[in-house]
Ligand binder design. Structure first.
Ligand code: ATP
Ligand code: MG
Length: 407
């Protein structure tokens, strides 16, 4: 059995080094009858790996029985695992086989092993070590020949420390451990996973599929996918439904991932912006902030003029709310920012934004844009050249700008 074959059989997608390590291990330990522990965060594909181990084993023609230890009520878990004798408890009308008996010659997959009650753990240890067990209510020892694979997203080592998992069972289980890495640690696989999920989904639902733009995939690689492959799969399906038949663009992806995306811009004091042109969106935002600032100062200036003209404070109308903008014309188109969902600003950074940072950024960029021509820059920023000089000094922009111009 080689990697390619096991990928084909199990459906595990991925070409990253990390996933290849996992596949290598599966190929290596698959054929050996050894207890295997699969560890990794939620949604990374532990169940797929368990199936792959079974498929790579000599038991592949026999049954693989999956038991979700976290989903079986504590009161009946032992009867489910080991079976019971007729009349051993209320409702036990017949003798019944448990999973360990049914899985004889095959494989048993104990999913969410960390959820197993302590009392049951002792019995698991016994069956792991000797293949022996007893049905509930019976004193006869039975024997089974099963290969055990267990999986958990818990840290069993920690559980041993705080007394919720038996140390002897832990040592028995972890002899061979397959650690399945989080998706964010193998982003190269995202392209393949998206493509496969999209094809499968559109085919079975008869949706036209036009693919994902490379930029859209790139953005998806920046997200950290706490729900791992499961989350990615759901995301792909959701976006294909929402954008039925459309080619998936970066704008669509950013709209869906929204706030969850990490900052892409360089200045971390600035709001986080996500758009197909982050640079452009950032400039727009800075301009908008400066524009609002200018509106404010204009309003204040008008009021001061009014004070002077009216000769006293008592006659001044105090503007409230929206009235603040009355009489301040918005002429400059470039100052507008469109609310077409292309831009997102994380609310939590808003409070950290200082007008000074925005101003400094705007000045730096404007000077750069006009090749350090201060007259043009001042005009564009709508400030006097004198003010610009003062700001350049205040923000210590001179050496930096000169330097960047020289290079
Ligand atoms: N490498 C992969 N290739 C293709 N599909 C994958 C891959 N990894 C995971 N999946 C898909 O992602 C989903 C979650 O996988 P799986 O149930 O195996 O994860 P898990 O680690 O067992 O999650 P949990 O910890 O929540 O039980 C499934 O739909 C599975 O088909
Ligand atoms: Mg699982």
């Amino acid at each position: 059995m080689d990697i390619e074959r096991i990928q084909k059989l199990s459906g595990i997608i991925g070409h990253s080094d990390r996933i290849r390590e996992v596949l290598d291990l599966i190929v290596q330990i698959g054929p050996v009858d050894i207890t295997t522990l699969i560890n990794g965060p939620s949604g990374v594909g532990k169940e797929m790996v368990a199936k792959a181990v079974h498929l790579a084993s000599r038991r592949s023609r026999e049954e693989l029985i999956t038991v979700n230890c976290g989903a079986i009520p504590e009161g009946i878990i032992e009867s489910e695992l080991f079976g019971h004798k007729k009349g051993s408890f209320t409702g036990a009308g017949d003798d019944r086989k448990g999973y360990f008996e049914s899985a004889n010659k095959g494989t048993i997959f104990l999913d969410e092993i960390g959820e197993t009650p302590l009392a049951t753990q002792v019995k698991l240890l016994r069956v792991l070590e000797t293949g022996e067990f007893m049905r509930v209510g019976d004193s006869k020892t039975l024997k089974t020949d099963v290969r055990v694979i267990a999986a958990t997203n818990k840290n069993l080592g920690d559980m041993v420390q705080n007394g919720t998992f038996r140390q002897d069972l832990y040592y028995r289980l972890k002899t061979v451990t397959i650690n399945v890495p989080a998706l964010k640690d193998r982003v190269e696989d995202i392209t393949h996973l998206v493509e496969r999920f999209a094809l499968e989904f559109t085919r079975s639902n008869e949706i036209l599929y036009r693919g994902f733009m490379p930029e859209a995939i790139r953005m998806m690689k920046k997200y950290n996918w706490p729900g791992n492959v499961r989350e990615l799969k759901n995301f792909v399906q959701k976006i294909l439904v929402l954008e039925k038949g459309e080619r998936i663009t970066v704008a669509m992806v950013s709209r869906e991932l929204g706030d969850a995306l990490p900052s892409i811009d360089i200045n971390h004091n600035l709001p986080v912006l996500v758009s197909d042109q982050p640079e452009r969106a950032e400039i727009d935002l800075i301009l908008r902030q400066l524009f609002l600032l200018r509106q404010d100062s204009e309003t204040i200036r008008n009021q001061l003029m009014a004070i002077v003209q009216n000769g006293g404070l008592s006659n001044i109308p105090i503007p409230v709310g929206d009235n603040l903008n009355v009489g301040v014309p918005i002429h400059d188109k470039s100052m507008e920012i469109t609310d077409d969902h292309a831009y997102f600003i994380r609310d939590e950074v808003i409070g950290d934004m200082a007008i000074k940072d925005l101003e400094k950024e705007a000045i730096t960029r404007t000077l750069k844009f006009f090749n350090n021509n201060r007259r043009k820059s001042a005009k564009s920023l709508n400030m006097s050249e004198r003010t610009l000089y003062r700001k350049i000094e205040e923000f210590g922009l001179e050496p930096k700008i000169k330097k960047s111009n020289e290079s």
